[in-house]
Design a protein around this ligand. Structure first.
Ligand SMILES: NC(=O)C1=CN([C@@H]2O[C@H](COP(=O)(O)OP(=O)(O)OC[C@H]3O[C@@H](n4cnc5c(N)ncnc54)[C@H](O)[C@@H]3O)[C@@H](O)[C@H]2O)C=CC1
Ligand SMILES: N[C@@H](CC=O)C(=O)O
Length: 350
């Protein structure tokens, strides 16, 4: 039985939930999928770092983080020591779930680079490294014979990236449009129900949907990164962040929402990309008052939906959770399952 040793970089909502899922889903993973998981290192800005090659006692560390204690009181350090932990710990897989930085992706880009350079596979839900350094990191992983997986960077645990890459073979993808931010979709829905903007954002934060700085959700930066990821991964668009036009929902007023409802329209934040006749790709994100019979108009709460425009099937739409701690932790698990399946295939063919 294979056991993968993993390191959790960032111990907030997503990686904490992964640490909860490991004991609860451990037996099913072992019996159904043929591997076990053991956490051997954790780093976090607030807690510092803890490295225990024999395996960290997860129930103990899951109780930390409410007060001012750090890992220093548990045999670790109050400093994150990210580079040394990532490069030197005994983990096979690094799960990167620190804050998304929409400007340059740092320090997560460095976290991923250190891991891949030291022969460790990476799974991440962090949009920064994937959107801003995806091609470079994918080729670094290939050069080092390890995996770089990032299904959770778009639509949390709902499979869209792998699904499109694997299942659309033989089809031509002309573009896509979708609701790709759970927080702004949740906020628009709550405003439609009469709640004010700030209260709706607070609810989305409490539910674990919002970014550490919710302006990233509200001003469209989060969807801009997701559109960039999808355009480059699925349309081979070769775009940079500045090529994806961005407008968020902060300009949508309660009055706009009331007027839209009277006219049979619903405001949604829509991200899209389309291949032009000359082969180039136009991409952007903006709020749109959709007619109620539009396929995306009925998508509510933190649910997301992505409609792919294909040549032989026409539109193919995937809908599911776009945010949430459990949903996103599952994305990391699905990345590890993908890595395991790939390794098993290699061994079988050897
Ligand atoms: N929560 C969600 O629904 C989803 C989140 N994501 C992405 O997953 C990542 C994690 O999300 P959450 O866990 O919800 O965020 P969070 O804010 O709850 O946790 C992030 C953790 O990372 C830690 N951290 C920040 N910088 C660090 C550093 N340099 N070294 C070590 N630790 C550091 C923070 O102390 C915090 O505990 C983010 O990049 C987010 O954009 C992606 C899809 C959905
Ligand atoms: N803050 C994001 C989380 C997922 O990327 C959202 O609300 O969709």
């Amino acid at each position: 039985m294979t056991t993968y040793d993993i390191a959790l970089i960032g111990f907030g909502g997503v990686n904490r939930t992964l640490a909860e899922l490991i004991p609860t889903r451990g037996e099913a993973l072992r019996s159904e999928l043929g591997f076990g998981l053991r956490v051997v290192a954790i780093t976090d800005l607030r807690l510092g770092s803890l490295v225990q090659p024999e395996g960290i006692d997860l129930p103990v560390v899951l109780n930390l983080g409410q007060g001012s204690e750090t890992f220093a009181e548990y045999g670790g350090s109050a400093d994150t020591n990210n580079e040394s932990v990532i490069r030197n710990c005994t983990a096979n897989i690094i799960c990167e779930a620190t804050f998304t930085n929409p400007e340059d992706g740092e320090p997560a880009v460095s976290h991923v680079r250190w891991a891949l350079e030291s022969g460790k596979s990476v799974c991440t839900t962090n949009k920064g490294p994937v959107a801003l350094r995806g091609a470079e990191l994918t080729s670094l992983a290939a050069r080092n014979g390890v995996h770089f997986e990032f299904e959770g960077a778009v639509m949390s645990g709902t499979p869209v990236i792998r699904l499109a890459k694997k299942m659309f073979a033989g089809l031509k993808l002309n573009g896509f449009e979708g609701i790709l931010n759970g927080t702004s979709n949740y906020v628009l829905g709550r405003m439609e129900a009469g709640l004010d903007f700030e209260a709706a954002i607070s609810e989305a934060q409490a539910l674990g949907y919002a970014e550490a700085n919710p302006a990233a959700d509200i001003e469209g930066y989060d969807v801009q990164l997701k559109v960039l990821i999808l355009a480059n991964e699925l349309l081979d668009a070769g775009l940079e962040l500045k090529d994806v036009q961005r407008q968020g929902i902060s300009t949508v007023t309660p009055e706009d929402i009331r007027t839209g409802a009277l006219e049979g329209r619903r405001w949604k934040l829509v991200g899209s990309a389309r291949r032009n006749p000359d082969g180039s790709v136009t991409a952007g994100v903006s709020p749109v008052a959709l007619p109620l019979d539009h396929g995306l108009a009925g998508i509510s709460g933190a649910t997301n939906a992505l409609s792919f425009d294909t040549d032989l099937l026409g539109p193919v739409t995937v809908s599911g959770p776009g945010a949430g701690r459990v949903e996103t932790a599952y994305a990391l698990l699905s990345d590890i399952i993908t890595m395991h399946a790939a390794s098993t295939e290699v061994s079988a063919n050897a």
